[in-house]
Design a protein around this ligand. Structure first.
Ligand code: BTN
Length: 260
């Protein structure tokens, strides 16, 4: 099913959403869905919920300027949103929770979120999320949610990530329909985005889906490495780290490693 074909029509037909994924642009191959989404959002002012999907990315972007491996058989997509500035910190929560819900609905597999926005199955990364936005003053020009899911990735072909990554097919021992995953994902994103916009909260569920809370961790943030216990997260998505001297550090972004 590595070659299961994705088309805009197969994604949008009878999709149970109001605006997320009503317009889908599919590419067999491109550099990065983030780049195309940004162009669509900035210059053409694409409708909110427009989705860019690629079968393969040649320059997939990860967090912290890393490269994201995006071979055929995986999912690489970006969703264009125009949220109120107050909702920007919640996009991380929406995206990661949507992936967790979607994976469970389509495959029955349980996954967890590693702060800030990796999705893990059995301790290995199955999905990476990148949020990019353009904000002028208090106005959000656009926000793009980029989601990469290892769906039918054969890990034996990628020895460098064998010990840290997994894929849905690897966990299940069979291939998974990317179409089913994408369609469910779009439904979940819209549901959570609307929950937020109608005054609901998704923070508690996000916090409770995080691995590592209450555990000793190291956090690399910029050039600093912090050590402590991951105590909690704030409603703006920051991590609260308790140090051995009792002090608390609020960390906005970084990479967490389990210390025990
Ligand atoms: C990370 O874990 O570092 C984030 C990875 C995000 C990858 C996705 S794939 C779809 C979208 N397009 C990109 O170039 N990156 C994101």
């Amino acid at each position: 099913m590595e070659g299961d074909s994705l088309s805009a029509a197969s994604i949008t037909d009878n999709l149970e959403t109001h605006f997320i994924g009503r317009r889908v642009i599919c590419y067999p191959r491109l550099t990065s869905t983030m780049e195309v989404a940004k162009r669509e959002a900035a210059r053409r002012r694409a409708a909110e919920g427009t989705v860019i999907v690629a079968d393969e990315q040649t320059a997939g972007k990860g967090r912290l300027k890393r490269i994201w491996l995006s071979p055929k058989g995986n999912i690489a997509l970006s969703v264009i949103l125009y949220p109120d500035v107050a909702y920007l910190p919640s996009l991380i929560m929406i995206a990661s929770l949507a992936v967790v819900h979607c994976i469970e609905a389509v495959t029955g597999l349980k996954s967890q979120i590693k702060w800030p926005n990796d999705v893990l199955i059995n301790g290995r990364k199955v999905c990476g999320i990148l949020i990019e936005s353009d904000v002028k003053g208090n106005m959000v020009d656009y926000a793009i949610i980029g989601i990469g899911i290892n769906v039918n990735l054969r890990l034996s072909d990628f020895p460098d990530i064998l010990s840290t990554a997994t894929s849905l097919s690897h966990e299940l021992g069979r291939e998974v329909s990317r179409l089913d995953v994408i369609r469910q994902l779009l439904v979940e994103i819209e549901r959570l985005y609307l929950t937020l916009q109608t005054g609901g909260s998704i923070y508690e569920e996000w916090r409770d889906s995080l691995v590592m809370l209450g555990r000793r961790v190291g956090v690399k943030s910029g050039r600093t490495i912090y050590e402590g216990v991951a105590e909690s997260v704030t409603t703006d998505g920051s991590l609260l780290l308790r140090h051995s001297d009792g002090s608390l550090t609020k960390i906005v972004g970084g990479d967490v490693t389990l210390r025990e």
